[in-house]
Design a protein around this ligand. Structure first.
Ligand SMILES: NC(=O)c1ccc[n+]([C@@H]2O[C@H](COP(=O)([O-])OP(=O)(O)OC[C@H]3O[C@@H](n4cnc5c(N)ncnc54)[C@H](OP(=O)(O)O)[C@@H]3O)[C@@H](O)[C@H]2O)c1
Length: 259
């Protein structure tokens, strides 16, 4: 399918590894020039080179913490008028909600709610003027389904989802769309980290823990990051201009509901 976005420009936040990287690669495969981002400059440059070699698009690497005003300024300096913005970031670690300090709660909200809103505020005027904009926010299935221990992450992302529901409709007439991707369990470094922590807690091997977690998913496996990347690229395409304000679970059937 021709997505009609060859030559467009995208900022993909937190994209040196995992789901963000998969979104960047999928957009690059459709001819989109990219700004990629992560805090570890060496890992980021390796990813940028991998995408350049695989696709031939222009890839600019911006090593920065996207949660900070300086990090956001660096991303926008590298690409002042993106056609596409993929909001992604790290998530807070597993923690009993009783143990969260006030500052930790504020940091989590900044990471997963305030940061994407700030970036949207900054890229929106030029998207509206050009009558093309595609904004995709990677959130989590935990917006719909509690995951005890990730309460801060879930709350901040649910806040983002509710916050953007109005603005998505307000700007739809300018051909600027805003949608969310709600991943279940995808095979990334983050998932490996939480699987290994749970294995330690339960006193089982990491392999046993991984297969018992995968067995809870109707699809019987974890998601592959490129499965999410391709959905992201579709939502960023010309063809998806009539889809806005939606939140897509991509979880192998894990969320158990009829609609
Ligand atoms: N994997 C899943 O199953 C799953 C499920 C639901 C939700 N999610 C959410 O989806 C997001 C991505 O998850 P993932 O599994 O892809 O994680 P991951 O494999 O750990 O990758 C995270 C990426 O984000 C970058 N990053 C982290 N903090 C950053 C910051 N402050 N500024 C810039 N870049 C930053 C990392 O690079 P550096 O460390 O070098 O900065 C890395 O490139 C997370 O918010 C996660 O909570 C994931």
């Amino acid at each position: 399918m021709n997505l009609g976005i060859r030559g467009r420009k995208a900022i993909v936040c937190a994209s040196s590894r995992g789901l963000g990287k998969a979104c960047a690669m999928a957009l690059a495969e459709d001819g989109v020039d990219l700004v990629v981002n992560g805090r570890d400059a060496a890992v980021l440059e390796a990813t940028a080179e991998e995408i350049r070699k695989a696709t031939g698009v222009e890839v600019t690497a911006v090593a920065a913490d996207v949660s900070t005003p300086e990090g956001q300024a660096a991303l926008l300096a590298a690409c002042p008028d993106p056609d596409i913005l993929v909001n992604n970031n790290g998530g807070p670690p597993f923690r009993d909600f009783r143990d969260l300090s006030r500052q930790q709660i504020i940091d989590g909200v900044v990471q997963n709610m305030v940061t994407p809103i700030e970036l949207i505020q900054k890229v929106l005027p030029a998207m509206v003027e050009r009558r093309f904009g595609r904004i995709v926010n990677i959130t989590s299935a935990s917006v719909k389904m509690p995951i005890l221990g990730l309460d801060l992450s879930s709350g901040a992302r649910a806040g983002l989802t509710a916050f953007l529901a109005g603005p998505a409709r307000d700007i739809a007439r300018h051909n600027v769309t805003v949608n969310g991707l709600l991943p279940g369990m995808f095979d990334t470094d983050r998932l490996k980290g939480s699987t290994s922590a749970q294995a330690d807690l339960k006193g089982v091997s990491v392999e046993e823990m991984a297969s018992s977690r995968a067995a809870t998913v109707p699809a019987g496996r974890f998601g592959e990051p490129d499965e999410l990347g391709r959905l992201c690229a579709f939502l960023c395409s010309d063809a998806a201009g009539y889809i806005t304000g939606q939140n897509f679970l991509i979880d192998g059937g894990l969320f158990n509901a009829a609609i």
